[in-house]
Design a protein around this ligand. Structure first.
Ligand code: SF4
Length: 412
């Protein structure tokens, strides 16, 4: 099989993995004439798009789509009737370097089906990264998918070369993982995440210690994971609880949510339809609220509903459920309170705090502060503006934010 056919198969097989953003690593470049590539922002990136519209900015491939495991939700599972291919280590290295030189990509995202054993597969993945870094002096971004059952020393070596490591938790519930991926062991997944956290903490501590020796390098962009949404019956509340637990226990940089895509010849245990993509979007917004806006997972989803509303964003939905907390005087409110106002982003809150140090914020200041008036006005008090109490209590308030009903196509 020629290289371009392998690339076609193994790039297509990798598109279901969402956990590949290239943010948060250390800055390296090769402007000193040594090495190749950089992680500087704004470099030429080859953007490819998964069928669902997600932007993929790395050369994102599998080493092989052959796999001993038979995870029901995966197109590469052992029982799947797909064409199999396998890159050699040298082929992946060559592709990465060639694509980098042509400015198609900024880095490599490498994952693999499990062949022979977890250790053997992990050795192959690590060998690609080692060759890129040590023999080709590649300084671009490398994200390696880690196989939880692989030996600890291999995972430590992966961290030496990679910017980011990720281990997919796959399912929000342990029972779902046992049902859909019986060969995977959630305890092994969590144990390896815990080991990665220890290594990341050690590397972080070493950086803070003043010594002449260079601190050991370990995945400077941290670890991430991916959860498949909509393959099992877990609701959004359960998904966000699992994410909160992962962020807290393993200090993950990101949890990626990947809406389940129906695959050919799928098991009957799987749903026939993909969940609406907007569900994935709402989960990302909720995740953002947990990481940057001080919300706890339990606050974001209405307990009785269990699901995030699809028609309005989760912060607005929270504010509509907690109208007793509004209107909020933005000239006096704390930073934490401001972060909960619909339409206020973190930068808006910083602008408000900076402005009110010198003068009271008035209605006319809103455009300058980039405040979306339509969204925020029912919830805020300014020095010359106060919404009518009836407006905040009205049942029509939520309807005001919902998208207008649209006539669908007639089909004639
Ligand atoms: S181990 Fe990975 S590649 Fe193999 S079937 Fe499971 S999800 Fe797919």
């Amino acid at each position: 099989m020629d290289l371009s056919r392998k690339l076609e198969i193994l790039a297509d097989a990798a598109k279901y993995d969402a956990s590949c953003a290239s943010s948060g690593t250390e800055v390296r470049d090769s402007s000193d004439g040594k090495g190749l590539g950089s992680t500087a922002p704004g470099m030429g990136i080859c953007h490819s798009y998964a069928p669902d519209g997600r932007c993929i900015s790395l050369l994102k491939i599998l080493l092989t789509n052959a796999c001993n495991y038979d995870c029901l939700y995966c197109v590469n599972r052992a029982s799947s009737n797909v064409t199999r291919a396998r890159f050699t280590i040298d082929e992946v290295v060559k592709l990465t370097i060639d694509f980098y030189r042509r400015n198609y990509i900024e880095g490599l995202f490498l994952s693999s089906g499990i062949i022979r054993s977890a250790d053997y597969t992990m050795e192959q993945v690590v060998a690609v990264a080692r060759k890129l870094r040590e023999e080709n002096h590649f300084r671009g971004y490398i994200h390696l998918k880690t196989i939880p059952e692989a030996d600890e020393t291999l995972i430590a070596e992966a961290g030496k070369y990679a910017d980011r490591l990720s281990i997919n938790i796959e399912m929000p519930l342990e029972t779902s993982l046992a049902r859909f991926a019986p060969e995977k062991d959630q305890r092994a997944i969590r144990r390896t995440m815990g080991r990665l956290r220890l290594k990341l903490d050690e590397a972080e501590d070493a950086k803070k210690t003043i010594t002449k020796a260079k601190p050991p390098r370990f995945a400077p962009a941290g670890q991430s994971t991916q959860m498949i949404v909509g393959a099992d019956s877990a609701n959004d509340r359960t998904i966000l609880d699992t994410s909160a637990n992962l962020y807290g226990a393993y200090r993950l940089k990101r949890v990626y949510y990947s809406a389940f895509s129906p695959i050919p010849d799928a098991s009957r245990a799987l749903p026939l339809q993909a969940p609406p993509l907007v569900r994935e979007h709402r989960l990302y917004q909720a995740d953002w609220l947990m990481r940057f806006y001080g919300f706890a997972a339990q606050e974001i989803v209405d307990e009785a509903e269990g699901m995030l509303p699809l028609d309005i964003d989760p912060k607005l939905a929270w504010a509509l459920r907690h109208r007793e907390r509004f209107p909020l005087d933005i000239n006096r409110a704390s930073r934490e309170e401001l972060l909960r106002v619909p339409g206020f982003g973190t930068k808006t809150v910083e602008r408000i705090i900076a402005t009110r140090r010198t003068s009271a914020i008035r209605y006319a200041d809103l455009p300058r502060l980039h405040i979306v008036r339509n969204k925020a006005l029912p919830f805020i008090v300014l020095s010359d503006y106060r919404p009518s109490p009836a407006a905040l209590d009205s049942t029509g308030l939520s309807a005001r934010f919902k998208p207008k009903a649209r006539q669908l196509g007639f089909g004639f």
